[in-house]
Design a protein around this ligand. Structure first.
Ligand code: ZN
Length: 445
């Protein structure tokens, strides 16, 4: 599957029995492999990409053993390079950093060290160990309450938009509202912390530490096999400056880290914070209703709850967004793929709109606010949103991302959304026909 096909959750949903898997890949002894991993017995699994398994099995018979050995050796070295002596790390940087990404120098050692322990939960990270300390130092109960209020304001704003859109039938609208209502939220960090007591950490064995942490993580995941879905799991660490929507759990998660500049700044006024943190929260909530997220129901099951008419109406609106962004280039010759970035663009557009209306609602309650630095609250909202997407990237990286990334580059995350918004035109007095106020504007939510 290419990246666009792979974005469709229906194509990734391929429940397969272990017996069927053996037929699909006759050259791979999966039973032996599963036993070797130490996983408990199971009879069924999901293949994200069945064709891949078929092709690998065929390639095993076709490609000489020596080539497989070289490939496996390279995979092992590439995986471990950053954990070995400097020469390995430098060689990896020359390829991944300099050649593929156009980086001029390696990131400073302290950043790499900090990433190594505080990265995403998973194989090579002690992220929750650091996260626990981060939470204790940086995230009081007032911060949690503040984030909770912001999310409530954004959810309320989307509820209002879902109620108002003129292209949905009552049936679909009611199900959409029920899905929004059922969306769970996680704030700050996990209630119970992962147990790393079984991991032996040695001062003189960096690579060994990493292998033992990975083994510990694998054991943890094996324990999920055959069990009820654990809805308490966090897919980001508390210190992460990011957020996510998990469609199969119908859940939004906002780590403590997002309550930091440039996303959230307690010294700034509401307009600035709604333009940044508000738009980010709105983005995640809207993911539940983008071209992929909309295929999951209120409990997170892949199930169609749309009336055919509404599906058509949604597709038509989404196609407008796909062709809009497909017309952008991040560099000459590096066109964006409107279908690859569709879900993120729908979420960006919905997110900014619901953040904007949540702000308007708040300002209406608080009374008319003053201008600051001669900018109106509306202008500060949009400037703040755009500033989140300031970035500095090499040409190689920009070109690579245009091919691979499901997100549009920062410039179009800002301009693409704002070109669609009459509220932006009004705030800055743009006349129709200027680049930021084109004649056609797209809108899904
Ligand atoms: Zn997103």
């Amino acid at each position: 599957m290419d990246r666009v096909e792979f974005r469709d959750p229906r194509r990734r949903n391929n429940p397969t029995t272990v017996a069927q898997l053996a037929e699909l890949a006759p050259n791979i002894d999966f039973a032996l492999y599963f036993r070797g991993t130490g996983a408990p017995p199971f009879s069924q699994l999901n293949l994200l990409n069945p064709q891949y398994v078929r092709d690998i099995s065929a390639a095993l018979a076709r490609v000489p053993l020596a080539s497989w050995k070289a490939y496996m050796k390279w995979r092992a070295l590439d995986e471990m390079a950053s954990l070995l002596t400097g020469r390995f790390e430098l060689e990896q940087f020359r390829f991944n950093g300099e050649i593929l990404s156009g980086q001029k120098e390696m990131r400073p050692r302290w950043m790499r060290c900090s990433d190594a322990v505080a990265g995403q939960p998973g194989a090579d990270a002690l992220g929750e160990v650091v996260g626990k300390i981060f939470m204790q130092r940086q995230f009081g109960s007032d911060a949690k309450a503040r984030l909770d209020q912001l999310i409530t304001a954004l959810q309320q704003s989307l509820r209002q938009r879902l109620t108002e859109v003129d292209w949905m039938t009552t049936e679909t609208r009611d199900r959409a509202l029920a899905k929004l209502q059922a969306m769970r939220r996680k704030i700050g960090g996990p209630d119970t912390w992962r147990d790393f007591s079984a991991v032996m950490i040695r001062r003189d064995d960096y690579a060994g530490n990493s292998i033992r942490i990975a083994a510990n993580d694998r054991q943890r995941q094996f324990q999920w096999i055959g069990q009820q879905v654990d809805r308490s799991i966090w897919l980001m660490t508390p210190q992460t400056v990011n957020a996510y929507y998990a469609p199969s759990l119908n859940e939004i998660t906002f780590p403590a880290g997002i309550l930091q500049p440039p996303v959230f700044d307690s010294t700034m006024d509401d307009a600035v914070n709604f333009g940044a943190a508000g738009a980010m929260i709105g983005h995640e909530i809207t993911h539940g209703f983008d071209d992929s997220g909309r295929r999951f129901d209120a409990s997170g099951n892949l199930m169609n709850w749309w009336m055919p008419r509404d599906e058509d109406a949604f597709r038509e609106r989404a196609a407008c967004v796909a062709s809009q962004y497909g017309g952008y280039s991040s560099l000459p010759g590096a066109k964006l793929n409107g279908n690859l970035t569709l879900g993120e663009n729908v979420a960006d557009n919905g997110g900014v709109r619901i953040a904007y209306y949540a702000l308007m609602e708040l300002l209406a309650r608080k009374g008319p606010p003053a201008s600051i630095d001669s900018f109106t609250p509306e202008q500060r909202f949009f400037i703040s949103y755009a500033q989140v997407w300031c970035e500095n990237a090499s040409d190689q990286d920009v070109r690579r991302r245009a091919q691979e990334d499901v997100h549009s580059p920062g410039r179009w995350r800002a301009n693409g959304v704002l070109q669609n918004m009459p509220e932006f035109r009004k705030a800055f007095g743009c006349k129709e026909g200027v680049p930021m106020a084109p004649a056609t504007a797209c809108r899904v939510w």
